[in-house]
Design a protein around this ligand. Sequence first.
Ligand code: CP3
Length: 344
Amino acid sequence: MQTSEKTLMRALAGESLPVPPVWMMRQAGRYLPEYRATRAQAGSFLELCYNPELAAEVTLQPIRRYGFDASILFADILLVPQALGADLWFVEGEGPRLSTITSAEDYAKLKPIEDIHETLAPVYETVRILSRALPQETTLIGFAGAPWTVATYMIAGRGTKDQGPARKLMYGDTGTFDRLMDKISDATAEYLIAQIEAGAEVVKLFDSWAGALPGAVFDKYAVQPARKIIERIHAVHPHVPVIGFPRQAGEKVIPFVEATGVAACGIDTSVDPAWAAKNLQPLTCVQGNLDPMLLVTGGDALVRSVKETAAAFADGPYIFNLGHGITPDADPANVDVMLKALRC
Ligand code: CP3
């Protein structure tokens, strides 16, 4: 099958389809027993990310089980900081930890951009395995974190409630902050281009903490970095669609879409589908935004929400997805319920 005939690619090209293409953020994850088994076999989450055979295996598991229209590469947004020289580890039950960047001296210790491929080579190998192994109708999505979201982890050394350490550096040492943002942007463009060259058909930029950026700097630190990364990708691969996900950016998704050239915009759970259908969908394909909690609770509320969400977006280009990643306590059987409600 030609890339251009796949349902996800058609939606990204602006087509409205009678049944929208569907995939889920974190579709390879701890809610699946087969994921937990492969992760145990790999040893740890990071060892899984850097093991191409096993990373490809967990990427394929939700495709085998559910037949989603797209498959997202199994990796993590924090591999880029690690490739730039940050220490990275995961604390079980808590989340990521990294060495911190709070000064010009810390920044100076990072590696040059050219060096990232040494660390990231196994990820490109995962992409190559997947592009051979996926069913012909399934689109392969590569991804990276957007510079602001990645910077929040590199500066604080962990996830934070209000991204305070990153905002502090932004105001307190703007020069260092801007150099760090530029470096992450350059690395991200190189990383995504390498994923495309290994076989990714679409790439997605996750700006999970976009909502924490003060309005006055949203353009500078969310819109412009995404615009520049997309421009660099399109300079070498003009037809590869990019999905943006400026999470919790509210109405600022409109200027984000207008200025960046994204082929689709992911929307989080807080966005009213009727508002997005009216204001965002005329500008771009919309992706989202079922509440992941419904996959924990299931039942009539799940069926009703799936149908209502899809109906709101039925008149324009649309990709069905969640408003954020599926959680470990979700019931795998509820994903079948979701797909049945959507597809018939
Ligand atoms: O969506 C997918 O299935 C593709 C793989 C993927 C993962 N992380 C795997 C993962 C993607 C696209 C990500 C993106 C990511 N990683 C983001 C942006 C999206 C979002 O969720 O907001 C962020 C902020 C991260 C950083 C990160 N990775 C955190 C904060 C955590 C810990 C929280 C948690 O859920 O445990 C991770 C770990 C992580 N990344 C897991 C998975 C499947 C769980 C790890 C495990 O198996 O223990």
